[in-house]
Write a protein that binds this ligand. Sequence first.
Ligand SMILES: [Zn+2]
Length: 329
Amino acid sequence: MALYADLHRHLGGALHPRIIYKFLQRQDHKVLGYFPDYEGFYNWFTRPCRSLEEFVKIHTLVEELQSLEHLPYFCIRLCRGAYTFENLQYLELRYNPYFRTGHDLPSEKRIGQMNEIVEVITQNVRPAEYPITVKQILCLDRRLPENINEAILKVAVDNIGPVVGVDLAGPEIEPEKWEGWVALMAKARAAGLKTTSHLGETGIENVNPAFFNVLDRIGHGIHIPLLRPEWLKDLAKKQITLEVCPTSYRQTGVMENFSQLKTVFSRCKDAGVAIAVCTDNPGRNPSPCTLPGEYERLIDNDVIDFAELKQLQNEGFRSAFGFAGQLRS
Ligand SMILES: [Zn+2]
């Protein structure tokens, strides 16, 4: 049995829609007024969006459900599914701790609650009966003020061990603010964290080469090989891995089909830039969307050759931020 590592999966998009629907029923949640049956909810939840902004809006709903009190419910189900249906040996789960704090609380209190969020997740992502290793990446967000992003970074540093890295997430807005983000990522690295950032997902505007000096991986980055292939040499030299999430680009309206991914994979291969195939938000994709399914789709659409599969799978482990174990097979 092949085993897999997924390095890019959001807690808010990791859960099967059935699990979320059952949770809403248990809570008698008001959103059920719009979705009296599961089918309607499923179609809404997994539909392709026109833009990343539209996609992120639904994500926000799930983030609000994943409060301190309910995180154990979601974490255990997430590990169970990843282990049982996807053969994941290793998973890096990313989330913004601030968005899971009490929404009615003042900002200062919410900042104070973030550490508890990380602790609850740490306790609930190692169920004895599903022996998967889960490490955490905390997401900074382009929509949040500087003091909150600084506070998220501090919580990440305070929890090094279960937390292995930080990410920059949120819609790709305000590319002119790159300097501030680069400084924060440099600070994270100096404190012993690994770094990744959502860049070059919907376009090239927010990719500033200064990021390449402070990142270990890039979330997506697909527009670098597509639009600025001359930068690939630098990525290869700095050993930066791209986290490529095939189905996600269809769901966020970035790509209509997989054919553009052929260019992404072939240019990266030629330049010596590593790619880790990941899932991003598998719960938001039409079922079944699993990591093994993503590999199969790449072969099915002629993006990669079957012979390349094993090396790509290994890349998931090699580029991991916190994988210290032995590859089981
Ligand atoms: Zn993502």
